[in-house]
Design a protein. Structure first.
Length: 262
């Protein structure tokens, strides 16, 4: 499946971040923060878990921003034109608090966007939003169906190519996993307590995480187990050193004195 902006109405005219920076900021233009209401419990769970998972994964990257329901303004001086991704990831910008994301100030658009579908937004997400995200330079656009009834597949990923989106191909010999080159992670969907959520996997370590409380608890227990195992290895190493030192002392005590000494 591919999305291509074909008309001016479909693809709004944009000012490049570099050119927009040179323009004076109109004094009477404000850029309000976004308003968000989860469309359902499942919708809210899926959004929050994905944002939590990515925030935790990139927590040590000071030049990576993970945002949930942060409004993106992409035309300087126009507060009527904006997008509000459910989840966005932006590389190469300073991590920190924002009430909105202004493309001309940040110097770029988000790199990764996830939209969680609802009955009232699924069609708009599939067509209009996809064209807008492609037109402002979002490199990857992903869609999740939390109910399993709104999309042909529960998780879809698209990568920008020549101004349109091409479907992300499944990871070879990896079952349901889809590869996000932008995130450097693999993604799949999973039903949890009735809802469909995104599960992420680090291909380098094989670790899977989804942002749920259960996943947080698993990571905590795993960290405790690793710390306990490392402490046990240290204790065992110290015991071996003490045993060797004792053995050397005993040998020295049992050795005859050198000739000429009494």
């Amino acid at each position: 499946m591919s999305f291509t902006p074909t008309t001016e109405a479909d693809a709004p005219a944009l000012t490049s971040p570099a050119a927009a920076t040179a323009l004076p900021e109109p004094d009477d233009v404000e850029y309000p923060e976004g308003q968000w209401v989860a469309q359902s419990l499942w919708h809210g769970d899926a959004v929050q878990q994905a944002a939590t998972a990515l925030n935790h994964h990139f927590r040590q990257c000071q030049d990576t921003l993970v945002g949930m329901e942060v409004r993106v303004y992409y035309e300087r001086g126009n507060d009527k034109v904006w997008l509000q991704p459910d989840v966005q990831v932006v590389f190469g910008v300073k991590r920190g608090n924002r009430s909105s994301f202004k493309v001309w100030e940040e110097g770029k658009a988000p790199d990764f966007v996830l939209e969680v579908a609802s009955p009232s937004t699924a069609e708009n997400d599939a067509e209009h939003k996809a064209r807008e995200y492609a037109s402002i330079g979002v490199r990857e656009y992903w869609r999740l169906d939390p109910t399993g009834s709104l999309m042909s597949s529960p998780l879809e990923g698209y990568v920008v190519c020549a101004g349109s989106y091409d479907a992300v191909e499944p990871v070879a010999d990896a079952g349901p996993w889809l590869r996000s080159e932008v995130l450097g992670l693999e993604l799949r969907s999973e039903r949890q307590a009735g809802a469909t959520v995104v599960v992420f996997r680090d291909p380098e370590t094989g670790e899977e995480f989804d942002g749920s409380l259960a996943a947080v608890e698993r990571r905590r227990r795993a960290a405790e187990d690793r710390a306990s195992a490392e402490a046990e290895l240290r204790r065992a190493a110290e015991e071996r050193v003490r045993a060797l030192e004792k053995q050397l002392r005993n040998r020295a005590a049992d050795s005859p004195p050198p000739e000429g000494e009494s």
